[in-house]
Ligand binder design. Structure first.
Ligand code: TA6
Length: 283
């Protein structure tokens, strides 16, 4: 497996043809190709020049999921700064015929002075992207390098590509309590397979099962999580028409966000401590 760098893009590839493309902007994975097929959704109008978060691929959410109304992250824009900062390429850390791993880093030195003032905690992030023949693995290490404890969320905001949303069912959420941001209510999932027939924006908390995205009953993606207790399911449905960077307008029929995260509560990191988590998408 190999890595190639071209301006602010990093490409991971395997001899068997699989490839992944990562922008240093937000360390955003924007493409994952297997057997010549793109597995991630990327809006045709996604900004890739750093002027706004990427609409698609795998944006990284840290230190806050959504928009906080109180606390140190309340001054940050929605989903925090990890997805809008330019990460450093740390390099290829392992490779074989069947696997290649590349690491990226972010620290206060990569933040604008404004951001450092807004969230003044010394921290270090190491993000690992691993491509194998049948999976895409993302791992994060968060280190508190200061002398004060800080609270944070982490989430991989993954846009999966699907052939036709009307055939999609999400398995593994039955019995799980969720916060429904569309109806502003709490409920418990009753369906063995969640169908997407309108706008969905839900935070499922403490999901013990592996989540499987199916199409017509056949598994498309299996999402395994380590130390990420929550799963956010989002499809904007026709809200997509009003989103300037969401294209084509009916692109919501070819995507579902299945987001592995630690977002239903604040996670506390003591000085000098480390927090690690990961998600693997198996096809
Ligand atoms: O992941 C779901 C969500 O929090 C939705 O509420 C929606 O806002 C989505 O993220 C996209 O957020 P963005 O800031 O990328 O437009």
């Amino acid at each position: 497996g190999g890595m190639s760098v071209e301006s602010d893009n990093v490409t991971l590839s395997l001899p068997s043809g699989e490839s992944v493309k990562v922008l240093l902007y937000g360390a955003t994975v924007i493409s994952w190709i297997v057997d010549g097929q793109e597995k991630l959704f990327l809006s045709e109008k996604a900004k890739l020049d750093g002027t706004k978060p990427v609409r698609g691929g795998i944006p990284l959410v840290f230190p806050v999921f959504g928009k906080a109304t109180e606390g140190p992250t309340a001054v940050l824009t929605q989903h925090g700064f990890a997805r809008i900062c330019k990460w450093e390429l740390l390099g290829k850390t392992s490779e074989s015929e069947r696997s290649v791993q590349v690491d990226f880093g972010l620290g206060p030195e990569n933040l604008t002075a404004g951001l450092q003032k807004q969230w003044p905690y010394p921290f270090g992030l190491i993000y690992s992207v691993t491509l194998t023949r049948t999976s895409l693995e993302t791992k994060i290490l968060v280190r508190n390098e200061g002398s004060e404890t800080f609270d944070f969320n982490w989430l991989f905001h993954t846009y999966l590509r699907v052939p036709d949303i009307s055939t999609v069912g999400v398995e593994g959420l039955k019995g799980v309590q969720y916060k429904d941001k569309v109806t502003a209510s709490e409920a418990t999932e009753e369906n063995a397979e969640l169908a997407i027939v309108s706008k969905v924006d839900r935070v499922y908390a403490n999901v013990s099962n592996t989540v499987v995205v199916k199409s017509g009953g056949n598994p498309l993606y299996r999402v395994e999580r380590t130390n990420l207790e929550d799963v956010v399911i989002w499809n904007p449905w026709e809200d997509a028409v009003g989103m300037a960077d969401f294209s084509p307008d009916d692109g919501y029929k070819n995507m579902i966000c299945v987001e592995a995260g630690a977002v239903s509560k604040w996670h506390k990191l003591e000085p000098q401590n480390v927090w690690e988590a990961g998600a693997v998408i198996h096809i």
